[in-house]
Design a protein around this ligand. Structure first.
Ligand code: UT7
Length: 319
């Protein structure tokens, strides 16, 4: 019997400090009007100096345990999707594992930038399908505020911090992860990258982006991958209750929804309050929407993301 991976827990965490667009206008030459009209963003949550990605990941995981009957000892694999690990090594996942006292189980990070959570879902689902794991904690967690160039108005207004987590477990029913599609095209490297790294220049680096390049690619790639993921599990866009795209820009979200033929009222958007939290954006939007009762059991969800690499992909879930 082929196993599927159902969602048995969800959680999220946002740092308490909020930076509004008007606060940013004190730092760089920008305005609430420019930021909101170009991106749909009004505010973002920002960590304190002593708060790390693992702290956010741990808090989101604890909420995921509270939402299920599970405890950390029940987990047999931890995956953290992040672009902003606490340290170059070891993985942020191993810090989460240690803090939550999950002993002697595999723990690793996945680096696929904003698509990292979709990549992690495919890996978790594959582990469950081949019976290498029964309960996988999948986290997307980011502290992008630490690698933003606060002097660059083209990027610093776009990003925020946060974390979301899901717990996946095996089921023989047709639910949970129904399909995943992943892609990458490294020829787009220079359009979105960090200008530092251990091997390149022994620096952490800051986010550098050609926003126009990414914008042009995003709508086509997100729609194509979402339709391909639907096709793979024999569904079509009319079967989808909720579209949850990566939360980078309201204009990309709306254009993609229009292109795949789903209405705005079936499209989840948290970009206004969270800004772009990279690998955390989809699990954050998903967990917040489940928690507030917007998304309900047995509904079909279409997730998609695009980010540095370029990497992109989609996942169809039945909650
Ligand atoms: O998560 C990873 C994926 N990333 C994305 O999906 C981001 C995709 N790209 C975008 O969302 C958009 O391209 C941006 C929001 C980044 C930029 O919007 P745009 O409509 O493409 O603006 P632009 O880059 O063409 O800039 C237009 C003008 C420029 O001025 P000039 O050259 O026309 O005089 C910029 O210098 O806006 C200026 N500008 C700003 N003005 C005020 C750029 N940033 C700002 C700012 N405030 N923060």
């Amino acid at each position: 019997m082929l196993l599927n991976s159902e969602i048995i827990g969800h959680g999220h965490y946002l740092p308490t400090k909020i930076l509004k667009n008007s606060d940013l206008a004190d730092i760089v030459d920008t305005s609430d009007e420019w930021i909101f009209s170009r991106t749909g963003i009004k505010q973002r949550h920002i960590v304190e100096n002593n708060e790390m990605t693992s702290d956010l990941a741990i808090k989101a995981s604890m909420m995921a345990f509270d939402s299920s009957d599970l405890r950390s000892k029940d987990i047999d694999c931890v995956i953290v999707a992040t672009t902003t690990p606490d340290e170059t090594f070891p993985s942020t996942a191993s810090k989460v594992q240690n803090f939550l006292k999950m002993e002697n189980i595999p723990a690793f990070d996945i680096q696929a930038v904003c698509s990292g959570f979709i990549y992690s879902l495919q890996v978790a689902d594959s582990l469950i399908k081949c019976k290498k794991a029964k309960k996988v904690l999948v986290i997307g967690a980011e502290t992008l505020s630490k690698i933003v160039d606060w002097k660059d108005r083209r990027t610093c207004v776009l990003f925020g911090d946060g974390a979301g987590a899901l717990i996946l477990g095996p089921t023989e029913k047709r639910k949970g992860v129904l399909s995943t599609k992943l892609y990458s095209d490294g020829s787009w490297h220079d359009s979105l990258f960090s200008d530092g790294g251990p091997s390149k220049n022994q620096q952490v680096g800051k986010i550098r982006m050609n926003g126009k390049d990414i914008f042009k690619q995003a709508v086509n790639k997100l729609s194509e991958s979402t339709l391909a993921a639907l096709d793979e599990c024999n569904l079509n866009i009319n079967d989808v209750n909720w579209f949850i795209p990566h939360q980078a820009n309201q204009r990309i979200i709306s254009s993609t929804a229009k292109k795949i033929g789903i209405s705005e009222d079936k499209t989840i958007s948290t970009v206004k309050k969270h800004a772009n939290t990279s690998a955390a954006s989809i699990p954050l939007a998903l967990s917040c929407s489940i928690e507030s009762g917007i998304i309900k059991k047995n509904e079909i969800l279409a997730l998609c993301a695009i980010g540095g690499g370029l990497t992109w992909g989609s996942c169809i879930l039945k909650l």
